[in-house]
Design a protein around this ligand. Structure first.
Ligand SMILES: Nc1ncnc2c1ncn2[C@@H]1O[C@H](COP(=O)(O)OP(=O)(O)OP(=O)(O)O)[C@@H](O)[C@H]1O
Ligand SMILES: [Mg+2]
Length: 347
């Protein structure tokens, strides 16, 4: 590996080998003189003694290398490499001048993940703006009606005020959910240590939602296996999980049916399932349900006061608990959300 060490008293081969990211050293003719392990692992066909274009046929990359060698000015470019999945690299080229001539050092940063995070972030901002804009537009319309057409119409005024308060509540729900999501996200890497009784969490959620269920002629049944040990978790967060899952079962299940919540031991884990009757969630939607703002039927969910953040919050909480969430749905059997949690350590 050190046969090229005469290139510099600093031993460039050892220097390149120490870099944790792909790096290639070219001579002034653009011929590969050195490369490190990560470069070999990424650009499989890279060979010493060949023009860079023999391996990395990316016109923009070759252009910046040529211009850096010529002008001495550092340059960078982005290009895609590989498939399944393709990665995006940022290549940074710098000229190194020595007594033996000019060389170009190229280092490659894998920016795939950074770009993905950026895309998610900007889609999130667009979604939040859109979700806040719709109720605001309705409220502005209602305010205009109060100033104009409904000015001397008490019935119209009452309707507009009711509309404004409904839309204001929708905005408050959205902001509460956003705050909840950001709190949960910021704690995702801190494992919880409380010992939590599933029975009290599930009974608590049932109590809070019983009235809402009754309004749809529905009943919530909670069955906890006798002697089921406590799980490891955070009380409030687990309450939020089942409040949302049971809330969804009430919102999207068939009117007049029963929502069944069961908790039991499954292997070394606790399994809590929330089941409702009703039309299936089409299979193509299942993998995306926990994305922020994802709703199968946008207008239906909105009508029911949903923000599409509930399952995103659920997923983050379960991740924090090192648990798992599964969904099964069919027209014949209805929909079941299953949550797997770890039991609390004894003693
Ligand atoms: N039990 C269920 N049956 C059928 N569809 C469901 C069920 N649970 C969730 N969904 C679908 O998944 C979507 C996302 O659920 P999620 O809880 O994230 O949002 P939401 O209920 O619309 O709003 P939020 O929970 O923020 O008030 C829902 O809009 C609905 O289309
Ligand atoms: Mg929900």
């Amino acid at each position: 590996m050190s046969s090229e060490s005469d290139l510099s008293p600093l031993d460039p081969a050892a220097f390149l080998a120490a870099l944790p990211i792909p790096a290639i050293l070219l001579d002034s003719q653009r011929v590969v003189r050195l490369h490190n392990g990560p470069a070999e692992a990424t650009f499989l066909k890279i060979r010493k003694g060949y023009d860079l274009s023999a391996t990395l046929r990316r016109p923009r990359l070759l252009e910046i290398v040529d211009s850096t060698l010529k002008t001495g000015e550092a340059a960078s470019c982005r290009f895609e490499w590989g498939s399944d999945p393709a990665k995006t690299f940022e290549a940074d080229a710098t000229r190194i001048s020595t007594a033996e001539g000019d060389f170009a050092l190229i280092i490659f940063l894998d920016i795939t993940q950074t770009l993905k995070v950026e895309a998610v972030r900007s889609a999130f901002v667009a979604n939040v703006s859109h979700e806040l804009r719709s109720p605001l537009t309705t409220m502005m319309g209602a305010a205009e009606a109060l100033e104009g057409p409904a000015k001397d119409d008490p019935v119209g005024q009452e309707r507009m005020l009711a509309l404004m308060s409904q839309e204001a509540r929708r905005m408050k729900n959205l902001i509460d959910d956003l705050l909840s999501l950001s709190r949960v996200e910021s704690q995702e890497y801190i494992p919880p240590h409380q010992s939590v009784s599933l029975k009290s969490v599930l009974e608590g959620a049932r109590e809070r939602l019983a009235e809402r269920a009754a309004k749809r002629g529905m009943e919530i049944k909670v069955e906890v296996e006798t002697g089921l040990p406590p799980v490891s978790g955070v009380d409030d967060e687990l309450f939020q999980v089942f409040d949302n899952l049971i809330g969804n079962a009430i919102k999207y299940g068939s009117a007049g049916s029963t929502v069944t919540v069961e908790a039991r031991q499954s292997g070394s884990l606790a399994l809590i399932s929330v089941h409702n009757e009703g039309p299936a969630i089409p299979a193509i939607h299942l993998p995306r349900l926990t994305e922020r703002f994802y709703r199968v039927d946008k207008s239906r969910s909105r009508e029911l006061g949903g923000t599409g953040l509930g399952l995103a919050i659920v997923k983050h909480i379960i991740n924090r608990h090192r648990g798992r969430l599964d969904v099964q749905s069919s027209d014949a059997d209805g929909t079941t959300f299953s949550v797997f949690l770890n039991f609390a350590q004894k003693g």
